[in-house]
Design a protein around this ligand. Structure first.
Ligand SMILES: Cc1ncc(COP(=O)(O)O)c(C=O)c1O
Length: 364
């Protein structure tokens, strides 16, 4: 007898839904990982089974993203937020300045951390548009140690589809937490790129960092070990006990992406979901209003508003009754937000747009 599994239409912004197949595999291996008689979270991170899994996860990541051989892959802790400090600590040499593009809440937090630690310039800030646009122009310092940006602002729902162009000799650094591996990416354009796993590639607890090797020459000698990229590189991310289970889950998600056909296939899937949702918003005659300007619309976090806050609250609560979870906008901006990361199926978005149409008929 087949059992029906109760799974929500999960539109959470992160931690977010994981592919059902991945969850089922984790469940099947939970008590006995590959005949070891224990879970991957119960074994030594120095065991050959764990190291094999770590190395395979890295190899799959490298294959999917086509990461050049002069880049190191790191599995880090402290969340993406710790990278706000580690980036300037490691990559901005003493006395040098760094440029930041501020397009929403996360790049704002990053620039604030960088300012605490040394010379920092704001190359653009789209606050005037309430973080609904991409910058029209950049005020760039040709001597900056790096140019920093956030490729997808999770809260405001604004995404760059083309990386900003730094001046010659200025390195590009990116927080890709909420659109990492949602589409192909040219790693060679970056000095350093990082992403918290908990949106597109796994559970919370691990950050993937991709660092061009020569940048290690910038790392100062006296950093606390846990904040030092060089220490992490030299120890294959095993300087201390890593987030074992989270890395294992990332490994399973990599296999799932490969099975679906890689990042080009993932992109096509994500595009179809986002197109359907934005078309529904645009066809509503103003009942639903997208927050982001059309050219800046995120394919991961679709932010929108209704005519009144009361209707927004009602939308969230009626959706919940239909098993659609996570649609309330972030507390800092209000409104609604549907996060449609890799693991969200087109059928989830179809259910949402059907509900949106019904809701409009009733209340529009
Ligand atoms: C784009 C972006 N950067 C950074 C963060 C912070 O991540 P963490 O909670 O892992 O520190 C988030 C979290 O949602 C995010 O969306």
């Amino acid at each position: 007898m087949s059992e029906t599994i109760h799974r929500a239409h999960n539109f959470n912004a992160g931690p977010a839904g994981l592919p059902l197949e991945v969850m089922q595999q984790a469940q099947a291996e939970l008590l006995d990982y590959k005949g070891t008689g224990m879970s991957i979270m119960e074994m030594s991170h120095r065991s050959k089974e764990f190291e094999a899994m770590l190395n395979e996860t890295e190899a799959d990541l490298r294959e999917l993203l086509n990461i050049p051989s002069n880049y190191k892959v790191l599995f880090l802790q402290g969340g993406a937020s710790l990278q706000f400090s580690m980036v300037p600590m490691n990559l901005r040499p003493a006395g040098a300045s760094a440029d930041y593009i501020v397009t929403g809440a996360w790049s704002k937090k990053a620039v604030q951390e960088a300012q605490k630690l040394g010379p920092t310039r704001v190359a653009a800030d789209t606050k005037a548009s309430n973080y609904s646009t991409l910058p029209a122009s950049l005020d760039l310092d040709p001597k900056a140690a790096y140019l920093y940006y956030c490729s997808n602002e999770t809260i405001h729902g604004v995404e760059f589809f083309q990386e900003p162009q730094p001046p010659a000799g200025v390195e590009l650094v990116c927080d890709a937490s909420s659109d990492f591996m949602s589409r192909p990416l040219d790693v060679s354009k970056y000095a350093y790129l990082y992403a918290g796993a908990q949106k597109n590639i796994g559970p919370a607890g691990v950050v993937v960092g991709i660092l061009r090797e020569d940048l290690l020459a910038r790392v100062p000698a006296n950093l606390p070990v846990m904040l030092d990229y060089k220490v992490q590189v030299e120890n294959n991310s095993l300087y201390n006990t890593p987030p074992c289970f989270a890395i294992y889950m990332v490994g399973l998600v990599m296999k799932w992406i490969k099975k679906l056909g890689g990042l080009a296939a993932i992109e096509a899937r994500n595009r179809a979901k986002a197109d359907l949702l934005y078309q529904t918003i645009d066809a509503s005659g103003g009942f639903y209003r997208g927050h982001a300007a059309p050219e800046a619309r995120s394919r991961m976090n679709v932010t929108f508003r209704l005519p009144t806050e009361e209707l927004e609250a009602q939308f969230v609560s009626e959706a919940k009754k239909l098993n659609m979870i996570g649609l309330k906008g972030h507390r800092s901006v209000g409104g609604l937000r549907a996060s449609i990361y890799n693991a969200v199926e087109l059928s989830d978005v179809q259910a949402l747009v059907e509900f949106m149409k019904e809701f409009q008929k009733k209340h529009g």
